[in-house]
Design a protein around this ligand. Structure first.
Ligand code: FAD
Length: 354
């Protein structure tokens, strides 16, 4: 089979934006997506998450943003993405879970089980949702209550009448505490002091947060999530929990987990029925391991001087929704830069071949 000019892996916001721009540039490609249906990670988010909870889901290129209403985000965003794929006739193939990408005599071979594609360039847009991060604490396996990660969050009603420990210092933990506090007895534990933002989020604050993460990935360090460096803010939905003092009763990290609760190094113990690990995600990039893109510093170094999406170790590869573009706005914009990166890599290849 003839190789394609490009393959996009992942059809979330980042992948769809890249596909839209590749199509505009006339670059022949397909988008391989692991999910059964359109919507990227949004289709898997918990039912209680409404469009009012998500901080301005950015519109896709050439589209208008989804409505800011009390409707479920896991319905509205997938419906928006599905319509977008149809309107722009984007070449999405699903479900295809890519398990490995390797070098094939100057081309890239993309493997998904028995299926295989060859391509000159690649845009990786696989997000983080399929790679939840769960830290390990001694005694974790002895806990007799329930342990869930953000990916499994069933909504606040599930925890009614239970004593719940929320672990994590990010936006998800803040949202869970806000929803749980009026219904249950909640405790909050974080490893680091949370950083609160007192001012409304504005473009300058957003740009500063992105610049911080950009600097990290330009050095080849593992990226920090953009959302984590913008700081935390309490919204209308969290005011009741705030009045109850939930956010002021934060505890440092415990030392170990016991069958019916958690214990600190000083011997203090708290009995809990459930532990909700709001401990974040890591980039879902294990399928890229055969390409050896990771730097000694642990992350994939991206070219900051250029488009900010090109892998320094292999300019045929673009990463979107990774590092500085791992936010709704960032993913949207990175799609265009990645498509230009693909165009430049194809041009370099044809110059080398002539
Ligand atoms: P996703 O939407 O995750 O899409 C990735 C796609 O890749 C999926 O369709 C998946 O099926 C596919 N895929 C994954 N692995 C493979 C594979 N091996 N082969 C084939 N396909 C694969 N950002 C904000 O700006 N504001 C927020 O409030 C906010 N809240 C967030 C809350 C949570 C809990 C999380 C996890 C993220 C949040 N973000 C937020 C980040 C934001 O949602 C994403 O950065 C943005 O939507 C871009 O998504 P994406 O396209 O990179 O990934």
């Amino acid at each position: 089979m003839e190789p394609l000019d490009s393959i996009v892996i992942g059809a979330g916001q980042a992948g769809l934006s890249a596909s839209y721009h590749l199509r505009r540039l006339g670059i022949e490609h397909v988008v391989l997506d692991a999910d059964d249906a359109p919507g990227g990670a949004w289709q898997h988010r918990w039912d209680a998450l409404t469009m009012l909870d998500v901080h301005n889901v950015a519109e896709l290129p050439g589209d208008t943003p989804p409505p800011h209403t009390a409707e479920r985000a896991n319905r509205v965003v997938p419906a928006t993405f599905a319509a977008y794929e149809r309107t722009h006739d984007l070449p999405v193939i699903r479900p295809v879970r890519v398990d490995r990408v390797d070098d094939d005599d100057g081309l890239l071979a993309v493997h998904a089980g028995e299926r295989r594609w060859r391509t000159r360039t690649l845009v990786n847009a696989t997000g983080t949702w399929s790679h939840p991060f769960l830290p390990h604490y001694p005694g974790m396996e002895t806990f007799l209550g329930e342990q869930l990660h953000t990916v499994d969050y069933p909504g606040p009603e599930h925890f009614a009448g239970k004593r719940v420990l929320v672990v994590g210092g990010g936006a998800s933990a803040v949202q869970f505490l806000g929803a749980l506090a009026p219904l249950t007895d909640v405790l909050w534990v974080t490893r680091r002091q949370p950083v609160w933002r007192t001012e409304e989020f504005n473009p300058e604050a957003g740009a500063a947060a992105v610049a911080l993460v950009e600097k990290r990935v330009a050095q080849g360090l593992a990226p920090q999530s953009v959302v984590s460096v913008t700081g935390l803010m309490l919204r209308e939905q969290e005011q009741e929990a705030a009045r109850m003092g939930v956010y002021d009763r934060r505890l440092p990290m415990f030392e170990r987990i016991e069958p019916d609760g958690v214990r600190w190094a000083d011997g203090r113990f708290e009995r809990v029925d459930a532990i909700l690990w709001a401990t974040g995600f890591r980039p879902a990039i294990s399928h890229l391991a055969p390409l050896h893109l990771r730097s000694a510093a642990g992350g994939i170094q991206l070219d900051r001087a250029g488009r900010g999406t090109t892998a320094v170790a292999d300019p045929r590869i673009q990463l979107v929704g990774y590092g500085p573009s791992a936010s709704t706005i960032g993913a949207n914009r990175a799609g265009r830069r990645a498509a230009l990166g693909v165009q430049a890599a194809l041009a370099a290849e044809s110059v080398a071949a002539s």
